[in-house]
Design a binder for this molecule. Structure first.
Ligand code: NAP
Length: 462
């Protein structure tokens, strides 16, 4: 049932960020407001879909098919897409406040957390975020270089991002050739000499952050053995309670079964370790030569959560590459509040707060990772965005909003033109999409991605 809108003109709403959470917010608003809404969806890249394009691994094409849902929302006549429009460069937050009754920030978490150990700045230590962006041809990361000439690499953290990068490092690169993987990454993986990947979890098998399907996918690789140490695969007394959760139990049973299989005979090894934390990156001539890890024991903290505690016993792993995969982190948007400690936008029920614990900014909302931090699968964002939209609708009902006065539909395109911005419409994106697919088909790939913004704009200008 559409919520009544007192204004005769459709309610102007800006959504900043065209990834999953932005599209799910659009979907919820379109459904709730019927013809009474006009949605402008902004993205700093000319391409929509956020992590579905730039984060999901190339061998997980099925997950990317969710973009069809977003396509439907984007095709709605109430929606306009302004790609290649960056907040702080082409438009300010105040420009939005002057032109939209409601603003929804859906900008995700663009950066990553650090391990916080000595030597982390050494050459050969990278974030998994960069590695993922590189193999996915993300314009921010396309020019990065990863030295894969070493025999062993370490991946720190055992969440699903760690599973993705480990799988890419240990699979047969030919299995990726027909996907949309970036050409440079495919070439580098073909030439890779990495044979051992240490996958390092700081807590035990019952606390592992990976999903069952993701660890089993690594275990099922024809090119690599997933090797776990029998003693490390044992569930600690403090973790026994977690086994009541069937998902935890499934993961633990799987790893214990793998541990019983031993080394295996495949040419590559993924060596999954538990209860070890990075302690120091050991360098030679400024490059990583080894990773020193401290063994942990597990203990319950004051809230009963299982935490890792260093034992003072160390071990050194000779590696030439370290990928830290210890979580993403938000980046502040110019003119928009940011909680430095938490690494995302402060909010109460999705309403943006002027400061953590402070008052709500009228008409401003947040969804997705920018709201709750980097957790959950793509689908998690649907309910999360819908919950924020409920807060927005409640505020609309009582007449709250930004107080914007400049509500003409052509106000934003005019502002962008004045500032020399080069916005990319959804029709433009469709052209890019077709070119990428055609270029890919000519080379036996699903798509050959544009990886430079300039190349995308040049293709559109032709
Ligand atoms: P994550 O699931 O939060 O995992 C982070 C990992 O880093 C955990 O193992 C964590 O250990 C560890 N860690 C954190 N700080 C550390 C430190 N200082 N030293 C050592 N280890 C540390 O994050 P993510 O892997 O970046 O994934 C983000 C979200 O995207 C997740 O919800 C994930 O499921 C989702 N995702 C899903 C897929 C998929 O479905 N295929 C793919 C990619 C991402 P503790 O548990 O001990 O904190």
């Amino acid at each position: 049932m559409p919520t009544p809108n007192a204004d005769p003109a459709p309610l102007p709403v800006a959504i900043v960020g065209a990834g999953p959470s932005g599209f799910y917010a659009a979907e919820a608003l379109l459904k709730a407001l019927g013809p009474a809404v006009r949605l402008d969806l902004f993205d700093r890249l000319p391409t929509p879909f956020g992590l579905v394009r730039g984060g999901v691994a190339p061998d997980h094409q099925k997950i990317k098919s969710v973009a069809a849902v977003y396509e439907r929302a984007a095709a709605d006549p109430r929606v306009r897409f302004f790609g290649n429009v960056k907040l702080g460069r082409d438009l300010s937050a105040d420009d939005l406040r002057a032109r939209y009754r409601f603003i929804v920030y859906a900008v995700g978490c663009e950066s990553d957390r650090h391990m916080g150990v000595p030597g982390e700045e050494a050459a050969g230590v990278h974030s998994a975020t960069e590695f993922v962006g590189w193999y996915n041809g993300h314009p921010d990361h396309r020019d990065r270089a990863f030295d894969l000439s070493c025999e062993a690499a370490a991946v720190v953290g055992i969440g699903n991002v760690a599973m993705d990068v480990t799988r890419l490092l240990s699979c047969d690169p030919e299995s990726l050739a027909a996907t949309d993987i970036a050409d440079d990454a495919l070439a580098a993986l073909r030439a890779s000499r990495v044979r051992t990947i240490w996958l390092l979890g700081r807590r035990g098998p019952a606390e592992a952050a990976y999903s069952p399907a993701e660890i089993e996918e690594i275990g099922g690789l024809p090119t690599a053995d997933l090797v776990a140490d029998r003693a490390e695969a044992v569930v600690d007394a403090v973790s026994q309670g977690a086994l009541a959760d069937p998902v935890v139990k499934k993961k633990v049973d799987y790893i214990q079964a793998r541990a019983r299989l031993g080394e295996g005979s495949k040419s590559r090894k993924v060596r999954l370790r538990f209860r070890v934390s990075p302690a120091e990156v050991i360098r030679e001539n400024g490059r990583v030569a080894a990773l020193r890890v401290e063994k942990n024991r597990l203990a319950a903290d004051e809230r009963g959560r299982v935490k890792s505690v260093g034992t003072g016993e160390f071990e050194t792993l000779a590696v030439g590459l370290v990928l830290r995969s210890v979580g993403y982190r938000g980046v502040p948007l110019p003119g928009v509040p940011f909680d430095e400690r938490a690494g995302h936008i402060p909010h109460a029920d999705g309403r943006v707060l002027a400061a953590p614990g402070g008052t709500a900014l009228p008409g401003e909302y947040v969804v997705g990772w920018a709201k709750r931090g980097p957790s959950g699968l793509i689908g998690t964002n649907r309910a999360d965005s819908a919950a924020t939209v409920q807060s927005l609708l409640a505020d609309l009902k009582v007449g709250n909003g930004t107080g914007a006065a400049d509500l003409a539909a052509d106000s934003t395109p005019k502002r962008l033109a004045e500032g020399g911005a080069k916005p990319v419409s959804f029709a433009d994106w469709r052209k890019l999409d077709q070119i990428e697919r055609a270029n890919g088909a000519a080379r036996g790939k699903i798509r050959a991605k544009f990886t430079r913004v300039e190349d995308m704009l040049a293709a559109l200008a032709r």
